[in-house]
Design a protein around this ligand. Structure first.
Ligand code: HMG
Ligand code: MG
Length: 288
């Protein structure tokens, strides 16, 4: 993290691509991951070891994780919903895992077919495997502001799920505006509530950008002490089980925002923009 005052986590290869209806080859995914590492991203969520029936676009998770040409200093992580996913991800060389639950019961059920409590029970064996392998586990809390099925979510619900994930052993919580409709005011209330249960150093901001408010929300979270933010190159993505959600905050915008404030990200913006244009063109070609 030398020279970086803020850590940008690139989730494009996972969150960005999981919702694409056009097929993307494993080779293109690997080329994208390579370009992102070259641009200076130090943490890349490379794929998801989820059920291929639930998210077909991530069905090549094993080939992706095994096929990465590893760049020293870069951590390549995998999203996993359960023990089966964690086992396979670690066997394929994941250097970090990410589990995911929600602050909304309805979304948790739609996304993973279980309650919040059941999802956390599924994470216990994941934590044991990760501990044995010596890899950290991030915990996503989806619907930190709004749920596509339940509407506005109470800040205390986010704080309490975050505290449960930390108690389980997660090293970081990604507060996730799944729908991307959050406002800076509501982001502030949610982050403040969570900070009463968790230190800022263990929190990350994961904002989708449906309403164009994601940068303003990042700024609020930054002022409250968060130093880890997620982006997806090109602003791609969304969750297939969150109708109405648009793409993630573009990593290019996130990097440009911090660099304009004189805050170093350690990322080469021009190289990142080239990676964004490259994957955009591949997606266009695949769609034809
Ligand atoms: P289920 O159908 O209830 O699971 O799905 P099951 O345990 O009954 O198993 C059903 C089948 O899935 C079995 O196969 C299992 O082996 C298989 P069968 O015997 O029928 O052939 N299976 C698996 N296969 C591969 N990898 C696995 C795995 N586990 C079971 N890990 C399950 C439950 C959780 C598996 C399913 O609901 C699922 O995979 N959901 C994933 C949904 C998803 O990936 N959503 C997008 C990511 S989350 C997100 O985008 C939000 C985030 O970005 C933050 C934010 O913005 O909010 C992180
Ligand atoms: Mg997301």
């Amino acid at each position: 993290m030398a020279g970086r005052e803020v850590v940008i986590v690139e989730v494009g290869p996972r969150d960005g691509l999981q919702n694409e209806t056009t097929p993307i080859t494993t080779a293109d995914k690997l080329a994208l991951i390579g370009r992102l590492a070259e641009a200076g991203l130090s943490r890349i969520e490379a794929t998801a070891f989820v059920s291929p029936r639930w998210v077909p676009q991530m069905a090549d998770h094993e080939a992706v994780m095994r096929g990465i040409t590893r760049r020293p200093g870069v951590v390549y992580s995998a999203l996993v919903p359960n023990e089966k996913g964690a086992e396979a991800a670690l066997a394929a060389g994941a250097q970090a895992l990410a589990v995911f639950t929600a602050a909304s019961e309805s979304f948790c059920r739609k996304n993973t077919n279980c309650s919040i409590a059941e999802s956390i029970a599924r994470f216990r064996p994941v934590m044991r495997l990760a501990e044995r392998a010596g890899v950290p586990v991030r915990g996503y809390v989806s619907c930190a502001l709004d749920c596509p099925y339940e509407g506005e979510i109470a800040p205390d619900a986010v704080a309490s799920v975050s505290a449960e994930l930390l108690a389980l052993g997660c090293s970081e919580i990604a507060l996730s505006d799944t729908l991307g409709r959050g406002t800076p005011e509501r982001t502030q209330a949610m982050v403040e509530a969570t900070l009463r249960r968790a230190p800022a150093a263990m929190l990350a901001g994961h904002f989708h950008d449906t309403s164009g408010q994601a940068i303003a929300n990042v700024e609020v979270a930054w002022r409250l002490g968060l130093r880890i933010f997620d982006g997806a190159v090109g602003g791609s993505g969304g969750c297939p089980y969150a109708p109405g959600a648009a793409g993630n905050l573009a990593t290019e915008r996130l990097v440009a925002h911090f660099e304009a404030k004189g805050i170093s990200t350690g990322i080469d913006l021009a190289a990142l923009e080239r990676a964004g244009r490259w994957i955009g063109a591949r997606l266009d070609m695949a769609a034809r």
